[in-house]
Design a binder for this molecule. Structure first.
Ligand SMILES: NC(=O)c1ccc[n+]([C@@H]2O[C@H](COP(=O)([O-])OP(=O)(O)OC[C@H]3O[C@@H](n4cnc5c(N)ncnc54)[C@H](O)[C@@H]3O)[C@@H](O)[C@H]2O)c1
Ligand SMILES: [Zn+2]
Length: 395
């Protein structure tokens, strides 16, 4: 920090220039069967100093794992020196509805207040991306930030949202309108949870792997192409490799971009997302985030062809691989019109600009495996891309 007084002119008598940086560090651990009696991953993450812990569990997960709260309690009771459960594990609504309802703030806040949790206590959040986002948002606001341990239980959350630094709630018809940048204390990916994931969620999460592969890693894209059928058939070994590589690419990006809190304009990890977020909203959240991302990627790939950024063959290579994984590249909300007659999805471009700040900057593929930023996306290019997808989806 520089502190000093300078003569700066008539109106400014003194100016202090404050500057400091904060270092964040967190572990991302891969395991199997986290709450098995012999599994010490969570207690090792919490460390020797121990701490008070409150568990939040996605109720959609609990349908398939009704024994989980008991397993957690038995697991913590056998480690009382390291982990103290502040209250029994709490069930919270799974899926997008938790992000659409601000009452989650007070629900988590009241509970943590009743239990007397402090900023050195841990909110351990177990669930899909929506639960991680919503409970993570509340936990970030409480005491200006409880320690958060994320245990993602969907493909999408394990390979993308869970390992990142953001959380959010939806508001005023906009995805992620409220939100914080808040790095977790740790992330633990337990592949056992994926065994009960419905096919729809298994497949929809794969779109985020295509997203990062298209803009960052051509050989990973080829791996996805070669293994598309095995992914659609729920091959756990292939999925584990996909999740690891994706998590690595995300972690590398967050670290190496030196812009973890997205103050700059370039956002490669948001490739395909201007349309995806809009489509989620206009479909009344009947589309999963991952499903909307597949549509957003397909739109942007076709726009990329029109703009001369990628070849039609490359566009087809990615689209057909996504389809072989089971991802659909069409949804009727793409044709939804606003009262003025325009396609509703187009409003996503301006909403994206507002959300990201500054001038419009969209990451687009530049060939396969790298990207370029564009600052304008003419509506007619998007309309043509959607017409292309419509024709493509016709029987
Ligand atoms: N914070 C970020 O950086 C970031 C990044 C990408 C996506 N997201 C957000 O993530 C959300 C999507 O997450 P998602 O794809 O995980 O979907 P989701 O959280 O909506 O979960 C999908 C469904 O699966 C259920 N479920 C969760 N785990 C299960 C399991 N193991 N077995 C059976 N059912 C299970 C849930 O209850 C829910 O019904 C969106 O809100 C999106 O905006 C956030
Ligand atoms: Zn996403």
């Amino acid at each position: 920090m520089r502190l000093g007084s300078y003569f700066l002119g008539e109106s400014v008598l003194v100016k202090y220039q404050q500057s400091f940086s904060v270092n964040f560090q967190y572990d991302v651990v891969f395991t199997y069967d986290l709450f098995a009696p012999s599994n010490d991953v969570l207690s090792e993450v919490i460390g020797k100093q121990g701490g008070r812990v409150l568990f939040f569990i996605d109720d959609g997960l609990l349908v398939h794992w009704p024994q989980l709260p008991l397993a957690i309690q038995e697991w913590t009771q056998s480690r009382v020196s390291a982990v103290e459960c502040a209250a029994p594990p709490q069930s919270v609504p799974g899926g997008e509805r938790i992000k659409n309802d601000l009452t989650i703030m007070d629900r988590v806040g009241e509970l943590t207040a009743t239990c007397g949790l402090c900023r050195h206590s841990y909110a351990v959040i177990i669930g899909g991306g929506a639960v991680l986002d919503a409970v993570g948002f509340a936990a970030t606001a409480i005491h200006r930030g409880l320690r958060q341990i994320r245990i993602p239980t969907t493909v999408l959350a394990q390979l993308d949202s869970g390992v990142g630094v953001k959380n959010s709630l939806n508001r005023f018809g906009m995805k992620n309108y409220y939100g914080f940048f808040a790095p977790p204390f740790a992330v633990i990916n337990d592949s056992r949870f994926l065994e009960t994931l419905p096919v729809r969620d298994w497949i929809s999460g794969i779109s985020e792997a295509f997203k990062v592969a298209v803009i960052k890693d051509r050989s990973f894209l080829d791996f996805l192409w070669e293994n598309a059928t095995r992914l659609s058939e729920r091959d756990p070994q292939v999925m584990n490799r996909v999740i690891r590589r994706c998590a690595e690419l995300h972690l590398n990006h967050i670290r190496e971009s030196e812009d973890a809190f997205e103050r700059g304009l370039t956002r490669p990890l948001d490739f395909g997302h201007w349309a995806a977020h809009r489509l989620e909203s206009i479909s009344g959240h009947s589309l999963r985030h991952g499903e909307a991302v597949a549509l957003g990627i397909a739109i942007d790939l076709h726009c990329g062809v029109s703009l001369g950024l990628i070849s039609a063959e490359d566009c087809e290579y990615v689209c057909s691989a996504m389809e072989r994984c089971g991802l659909s590249l069409w949804h009727d909300s793409l044709l939804k019109r606003s009262p003025s007659g325009g396609l509703e999805v187009l409003a996503g471009i301006e909403q994206f600009r507002e959300h990201m700040g500054g001038r419009l900057t969209l990451a687009m593929p530049s060939g396969l495996g790298s990207y370029t930023d564009i600052s304008d996306l003419p509506h007619y290019v998007v309309v043509e891309a959607i017409e292309h997808l419509k024709r493509r989806s016709a029987p």
